[in-house]
Design a protein around this ligand. Structure first.
Ligand code: FAD
Ligand code: FES
Length: 230
């Protein structure tokens, strides 16, 4: 169990939670969060939003029972964290674009801390949030509201493009990659439902060119051309 030090609503239905403790993790990895006993049954996967020597931070959207319970927690309450899980984004040289849609921006704040030279693209359907955090690290932040953030990314300008957002956005990233076949460099972080987070239950199974894989241990980050079912 760990102590929550803050759990702040940063936009309608969007919370940033800080938990005390020294945690490990690479960009794109996630933790399984649990702040209840029996119900709901399963822990919830949430990406590392930020990490320092004393705290770990998560940015999450309230969508159902689990995240609703998380949103009601206050500083001083306790939570159970297991992780870090997953493979995370590859550490590549060259020019990188980080492209997040909605709550899909969550893994990219930590990624930007690892890749401060990256260009950041943040897309929102409504009022943006956390943009000032990103701008504290770089001035190369492009924000779009109500449009398609991927349309603003010049595919040819980058050696690697990391994408996280709604499935429709990641499918669009796949089409973009196909249009420029032979220059595969787009990586997506999938948000499949998960139960165990450690490869034991197959709930998170994803169809790939290499057969069925487990998003929790083989992903959640995949080269986009590898993904066959979303
Ligand atoms: C790797 C990863 C990283 C993520 N990072 C973030 C993040 O940083 N911020 C964020 O806001 N969200 C993130 N998500 C999404 C987040 O996990 C979900 O929004 C959250 O689990 C929803 O839980 P809930 O109880 O609020 O919603 P509900 O929809 O009520 O419950 C969803 C949970 O029920 C279970 N479940 C529901 N349907 C199925 C099914 N068909 N098969 C198996 N199990 C099922 C799963 O455990 C699932 O997590 C991430 C997801 C993944 C996979
Ligand atoms: S969540 Fe159980 S195998 Fe991936």
């Amino acid at each position: 169990m760990a102590e929550i030090t803050a759990n702040i609503q940063v936009a309608p239905g969007i919370f940033r939670m800080s938990v005390a403790g020294a945690y490990a993790g690479k960009m794109g990895q996630f933790y399984m969060l649990r702040a209840w006993d029996k119900t709901p049954l399963l822990s919830r996967p949430i990406s590392i939003y930020s990490l320092d020597a004393e705290e770990i931070h998560f940015l999450y959207q309230v969508v159902g029972e689990g995240t609703r319970i998380l949103s009601m927690l206050q500083a001083g309450d306790e939570i159970t964290l297991e992780g870090p899980f997953g493979n995370g984004f590859p550490e590549l040289n060259g020019k990188v674009a980080l492209v997040g849609g909605g709550i899909g921006i969550a893994p990219f704040y930590y990624a930007l801390q690892s890749l401060p030279q990256a260009d950041v693209y943040l897309g929102f359907s409504q009022k943006p949030y956390e943009v000032d955090h990103f701008k504290r690290i770089t001035d190369r932040v492009t924000v779009n509201v109500g449009g398609h953030i991927l349309d603003l990314v010049d595919y040819e300008a980058y050696d690697a493009i990391f994408v996280c957002g709604p499935n429709a956005m990641m499918q669009a990233a796949q089409r973009l990659n196909e249009r420029w076949s032979g220059r595969n460099k787009v990586y997506v972080s999938l948000e499949n439902r998960m139960a165990c987070g450690v490869g034991a239950c197959l709930v998170c199974s994803v169809g790939t060119t290499g057969g069925r894989k487990k998003s929790c241990v083989d992903g959640p980050v995949f080269a986009v051309e590898e993904v066959k079912s979303w």
